[in-house]
Ligand binder design. Structure first.
Ligand code: G4P
Ligand code: NA
Ligand code: NA
Length: 194
């Protein structure tokens, strides 16, 4: 998505060979006009898939997620992160490990909001190692619902998340694919067409 790639070029800060900071439009301040375009682009890519729910994880997935849900006219669910849980039978729980933060969170969704006949689009702001993405897929599959695919705002293609999800048989649509952050510079994966 050209508009988003331009925004990353203009406003993205390369913090290291691994980390891209996009606090001006995605992770702190948000650009709602751009996020609406992001939401509409996910919906275009998944046209015809009869999506019934959008699922993301708090907090930065919520903005792109809600815009996709708005365009689809379906609910957005955001999974919650909690440190540790007392046993409850009304929630779906998965453990997600973050390499960036070196900690595990228990991520939960109420059983009220997902059922076996749901067709779910999973949205997130970043795809890195794929831990969050695959944890969200496990939540969907725990209730017997269908993962239609993933919609990622920024994919770091030099990290293993994308290939892990593709190897598991999922569809992955990333609006920007970062090939490298070497030498303080963002370079993108060359794609056939936009
Ligand atoms: P993974 O889920 O793909 O395995 O990634 P990882 O554990 O490394 O990601 C942990 C957090 O860091 C996630 O946000 C993820 O979106 C974010 N993240 C990963 N790589 C980058 C990066 O290069 N730049 C930025 N800005 N964020 C990155 P989170 O902890 O869930 O936080 P939130 O912002 O959604 O609240
Ligand atoms: Na995130
Ligand atoms: Na984040």
């Amino acid at each position: 998505m050209k508009q988003l790639q331009d925004k990353v070029m203009q406003e993205g800060l390369v913090l290291s060979n691994q980390v891209l900071k996009v606090d001006s439009f995605l992770n702190h301040q948000m650009d709602p006009v751009l996020m609406y375009e992001v939401g509409k682009e996910f919906v275009r890519r998944y046209a015809g898939e009869k999506i019934t729910k959008v699922l993301t994880i708090e907090s930065s997935g919520i903005a792109p997620g809600v815009m996709a849900a708005l365009e689809l006219n379906v609910p957005l669910i955001f999974a919650r992160k909690q440190k540790s849980l007392t046993l409850r039978d009304d929630i779906i729980v998965e453990k997600i490990y973050s390499f960036t933060k070196q900690e595990s969170n228990e991520v939960t969704v109420s059983k009220k909001y997902l059922s076996a006949d749901d067709r779910v689009l999973i949205i997130d702001d970043f795809l890195a190692n794929g831990e969050a993405a695959s944890g969200l897929a496990r939540i969907v599959e725990q209730v017997g619902a269908t993962v239609v695919g993933f919609g990622i705002v920024i994919e770091k293609s030099f990290q293993p998340g994308r290939s892990m999800l593709l190897d598991a048989g999922y569809r992955v649509e990333s609006l920007v694919r970062v090939a490298s952050l070497q030498d303080g510079k963002v370079s993108f994966v060359e794609e056939e067409q936009e």
